[in-house]
Design a protein around this ligand. Structure first.
Ligand code: ATP
Ligand code: F1X
Length: 300
């Protein structure tokens, strides 16, 4: 089974505004609400591809209830923990001349809630896949990713991690099967601005030296670069299309890569399927559909 953990699920409120002006009343010309948070996006894309997964995480308040309801309609199972204080966040994604985001704080999570999550993770066994992605609410200790990986160490669970900075760096010693920083996040981890694929591959290898197995570096419209655990470097350009909303493109790539790898064990195919999934989401209002993914895959 594939499990995704979203520590801080969200309703993504995506608004289109013509020429947004700070300090004035702006009117939307388009608006959508999606059920988001990185792990939930991974589960949604997997469901579109026909893969079952279970979404874990914490929800609270009326927004949390709506996320739980919405996720059912998206076609995958969830087993969220209901926390008592605060509410699940509403993340604002403003599409105008530039794209801006305001991501909320989320509810207050207690040690007891975290304990419940650990209880659910106890059931994971050899052959399962666990996706840990996204930020963690301020009320959770920042070493939660490490603690989860330490607990599952040696059980044969393949773990994919998509997180920033120390959250990612600190789990490398537990040998995650896949990490997916984007090129900017990779640079930030080492305090450098990365230029060119040679340099990106060199820094991806540095993450492998610290313990990561496969490092997939996404570069938005410039495609992606994969350094496999055997040291192969694979590059993939993007699918062609018109970008509508790139929120969740990275999560879709993670989902597609895992699905492609589980299906064939072939890294080249996994990278292509991940790219088709990232593109399908970038070219849609929400998470890409199977039809669009397959159409794009055939062009790569
Ligand atoms: N403008 C685009 N055109 C075509 N494909 C795109 C575009 N943006 C993203 N993609 C596809 O999605 C993949 C992941 O995108 P990106 O690098 O933006 O991930 P990310 O930074 O993790 O995104 P996010 O945090 O918004 O989910 C890219 O490698 C590419 O295949
Ligand atoms: O605040 P985090 O957890 O880092 O990111 C949350 C988020 O921006 O990530 C997803 C896109 O990747 C969105 O659905 C969601 O709003």
């Amino acid at each position: 089974m594939i499990y995704t953990v979203t520590f801080n699920p969200a309703l993504d409120y995506v608004v289109n505004v013509n020429h947004f002006t700070l300090g004035q009343v702006n009117r939307t010309v388009g608006e959508h609400i999606f059920y988001g948070g990185k792990g939930i996006n991974v589960s949604a894309l997997l469901a579109n591809l026909g893969y079952e997964s279970v979404a874990l995480g914490f929800v609270a308040g009326f927004t949390g209830d709506e996320i739980e309801r919405g996720v059912k309609r998206l076609g995958f199972c969830s087993d969220f923990i209901h926390v008592k204080r605060g509410m699940s966040r509403i993340n604002v994604k403003l599409k105008s001349d530039q794209e801006s985001e305001i991501n909320g704080m989320g509810p207050e999570i207690t040690d007891g809630d975290v304990g419940e999550l650990f209880g659910k993770l106890e059931g994971l066994k050899e052959g399962d896949v666990l996706v840990l992605s996204g930020s963690i609410p301020a009320s959770i200790e920042p070493d939660i990713y490490e603690r989860i990986m330490a607990r599952l160490d040696g059980r044969g669970v393949r773990i994919a991690v998509d997180a920033e900075k120390d959250l990612l760096l600190n789990v490398l010693c537990y040998h995650p099967f896949l990490i997916k920083p984007n090129n900017h996040e990779l640079g930030q981890m080492f305090g450098v601005e990365l230029e060119g694929e040679e340099e990106i591959a060199a820094y991806a290898r540095r993450l492998q030296e610290r313990g990561a197995r496969n490092v997939l570096v996404s570069m938005a419209g410039d495609g992606a670069l994969l350094v496999t655990k055997d040291g192969q470097v694979l590059r993939q350009g993007v699918a062609k299309g018109v970008v509508k909303n790139s929120v969740g493109a990275g999560d879709s790539m993670v989902a597609g890569f895992l699905a492609g790898y589980l299906e064939t064990g072939d890294y080249g195919y996994a990278l292509k399927l991940g790219t088709a999934c990232g593109g399908a989401t970038a070219f849609s209002d929400g998470i890409g559909t199977k039809d669009e993914i397959m159409r794009l895959l055939a062009t790569l």
